[in-house]
Design a protein around this ligand. Structure first.
Ligand SMILES: [Zn+2]
Length: 126
């Protein structure tokens, strides 16, 4: 799953009324199942990184150190290893158990999932 979609899932979890530490843990816990399902991944990691850092920055500016921010940060955190020069992946969903890669047409599926999760996160702010 793209990191920005993970961040949206974590933000949605953070909007459920949990505290910041629980939102961070819930966000991290959401990462594995989203990486295990078959999905499309953005090949250019830098684009996903820019989008995710921008989203986290926007959430931080808009909500401060909120459960929404910490949920998003926790959900995005495991993908940090994609940016490191590691010989192998350590997060359980990034190795052999990673979900089957789907073609480009499934980018739309993920865009819809992202939009739904981002909308859920924003609804939770009200
Ligand atoms: Zn991942």
């Amino acid at each position: 799953m793209t990191t920005i979609t993970h961040a949206a899932a974590g933000a949605a979890l953070g909007s459920l009324g949990l505290g910041s530490p629980a939102s961070f843990l819930a966000g991290m816990a959401s990462h594995l199942p989203l990486d295990l399902v078959p999905h499309w991944d953005l090949k250019r990691t830098w684009i996903d990184t820019v989008l995710t850092v921008g989203a986290l920055g926007a959430i931080l500016i808009a909500t401060g150190s909120s459960p929404l921010f910490w949920g998003a940060a926790g959900a995005a955190l495991p993908d940090l290893e994609h940016l490191l020069p590691l010989r192998r992946k350590y997060f359980p969903g990034h190795g052999a158990r990673h979900g089957r890669a789907l073609g480009r047409k499934h980018a739309l599926t993920q865009a819809v999932l992202f939009a739904a999760l981002a909308a859920a996160a924003l609804r939770g702010l009200r």
